[in-house]
Write a protein that binds this ligand. Structure first.
Ligand code: PSV
Ligand code: MN
Ligand code: MN
Length: 388
């Protein structure tokens, strides 16, 4: 295959997973602005996600969040997903919204609360069994607000014990991916604040435990592509939660705040073999659209990841290596910038036509009449989960 044929083949096989909660109403702690036509249940969220896939061709999986997407019959939900043209992706656990979790969940000082939290995680694995999902995505809000509030190391012990019980329950084709976050809702210590802590737990658990990099979960200025390169090298990069941020965990559309950072991250993915499906890196969006229309925002986000991926794949790696080995600092940088500065939109438009799609996914969505249809049909859409 020629260089460009390799790039287009990789772009066609890329899969970008959308989050069910990105289709519901969401907002900040100050206000949720309701939008017409938002889904009233998980079935309708899957239908909306299917529209994103229909016009982009690269978003076939949808992450669920439990209990926001709790239903009686998960096999029926998975069948519905298949009917509308998508599949169930990761199952995201939620151990942060019950009153019991005020002092934490799996790291809570009270064994009864820890039991409840672990039971929820095991329930999530049951849902994986019923839906065919292969990944359990764990994010814990656990932490403390004040020095002295609890013992840092004891909390790590409790966390490790809970994780090992869940790990032992995983089937052969199932895995867990562990997410870190610097702060929020805890403000003094967070029990998994960084990739090092997540990595240490994954190492102890075994090969079916990998780290999730949520691009909004770091201190300002952290070099995320470095983390990505190291995790890939150690075979412990499980997934991305893509979004963008100006300040903290803003959950804005990926590629909106800093497209160059997204390119640098995807360049690290490319060099580390992360686009090879065998490495099982999931490219997930974790964002919520507070003021912008949900489905077009998701389409835009998928396109942003695709554009950054295309640029990352266009890097002339041979020229880059030659410049690096020659100690040609400016030359190496120029190779990278050449790829970043390439307008990949014509390439992607052509690729979509080859895939039988409209070259302009947003125009195709707007022309489809779907937005008007759901606005007329759906009354009383649900909130994404926060503050619900
Ligand atoms: C936490 O901030 C997080 O990034 C986790 O991935 C959650 O599952 C998600 O947001 C939704 O609250
Ligand atoms: Mn996340
Ligand atoms: Mn987050």
């Amino acid at each position: 295959m020629s260089g460009i044929a390799t790039v287009t083949a990789a772009l066609k096989s890329q899969q970008i997973e959308t989050p069910s909660w990105g289709f519901g109403n969401s907002g900040t702690r100050f206000k949720v602005f309701a939008q017409p036509g938002v889904p009233r249940d998980p079935f309708e969220k899957l239908a909306d996600a299917a529209r994103v896939h229909a016009v982009t061709g690269v978003a076939p999986a949808v992450s669920l969040h439990i209990p926001w997407d709790e239903v009686d019959d998960y096999a029926a939900l998975a069948a519905h997903a298949a009917d509308v043209g998508v599949r169930i992706g990761m199952i995201n656990s939620n151990t942060f919204q019950d009153d019991d979790y005020k002092l934490g969940s799996v790291a809570h000082p009270d064994a009864k609360v820890r039991r409840k939290a672990v039971d929820h995680l095991l329930h999530c694995v049951d849902i994986m069994d019923a839906t065919g999902s292969d990944s359990l995505k764990l994010w814990f809000a656990d932490g403390t607000n004040y020095p002295g509030q609890d013992d840092i190391a004891a909390r790590q012990d409790r966390l490790a014990e809970a994780l090992s019980e869940v790990y032992a329950r995983l089937g052969d084709r199932q895995r867990l991916v562990l997410e870190y976050k610097l702060f929020e809702p805890a403000f003094y210590t967070t029990d998994i604040p960084d990739w090092g802590t997540a990595y240490a737990h994954c190492l102890k658990l075994g090969p079916k435990a990998k780290v999730v990099v949520d691009t909004g979960h770091h201190a300002p200025g952290v070099n995320i592509e470095f983390i990505v390169a190291v995790l890939l090298r150690e075979d412990r990069l499980g997934a991305f939660d893509f979004n963008s941020r100006f300040y903290a965990d803003d959950d804005l559309m990926v590629g909106a705040a800093d497209p160059f950072q997204l390119f640098r991250i995807l360049h690290a993915v490319s060099l580390g073999g992360g686009f090879d499906p065998a490495n099982d890196v999931a490219f997930m969006l974790d964002q919520c659209h507070n003021i912008e229309p949900k489905i077009p925002a998701m389409i835009r986000s998928v396109m942003n990841v695709q554009e950054a991926t295309a640029k990352a794949l266009l890097v002339d790696v041979d020229a880059l290596r030659a410049a690096q080995l020659a100690g040609d600092v400016l030359g190496a940088n120029a190779v990278l910038m050449d790829a970043y500065n390439t307008d990949v939109r014509p390439l992607l438009a052509e690729l979509r036509q080859e895939m039988g799609l409209d070259p302009d996914p947003l125009a195709a969505y707007h022309a489809s009449g779907y937005a008007e249809k759901i606005a007329a049909e759906r009354v009383g859409g649900t909130q994404a989960g926060w503050g619900a």
